[in-house]
Write a new protein. Structure first.
Length: 131
């Protein structure tokens, strides 16, 4: 949140992040598994957990109340920085990029929704990994 002590530091070590309560998606959420793996890869997993929920509003409310940290996608982080004063924490070492894969059946090749999803994933990848 805007008044959290981490708001005023330039860089946070993974071991220090492990001391701060996490505000996480519920364990049954597929993104939670990816987030846990990313945190574990830099030695930041295993810290206290304040909240586990799939209620996005509750996650944001908890961060605003300085109850801990939350992992967000870049697009959400940028919007939240503008609207709520949230700040991205620079981690050392940084979190690895998430990999998104889309597997479809051949029969869905003409499905407009699938084609739009492929385009969105490709566009997001291009924005996060410029050539």
């Amino acid at each position: 949140g805007p008044d959290h002590p981490l708001q005023f530091v330039n860089q946070v070590a993974a071991t220090d992040l492990r001391k701060i309560p996490g505000i996480f998606l519920s364990p049954r959420n597929p993104l939670r598994i990816v987030i846990d793996q990313a945190l574990a890869s830099i030695g930041a997993a295993g810290g206290p957990i304040d909240i586990e929920t799939d209620d996005y509003g509750l996650l944001l409310h908890s961060v605003r109340r300085n109850q801990g940290f939350a992992c967000m996608f870049l697009a959400a982080e940028q919007e939240l920085a503008r609207s709520s004063g949230f700040k991205r924490i620079v981690l050392e070492p940084p979190l690895p990029p998430l990999q998104v894969r889309l597997a479809t059946r051949r029969t869905s090749a003409d499905d407009a929704y699938i084609q739009e999803l492929k385009k969105l994933i490709g566009d997001a990848d291009t924005r996060s990994n410029p050539a």
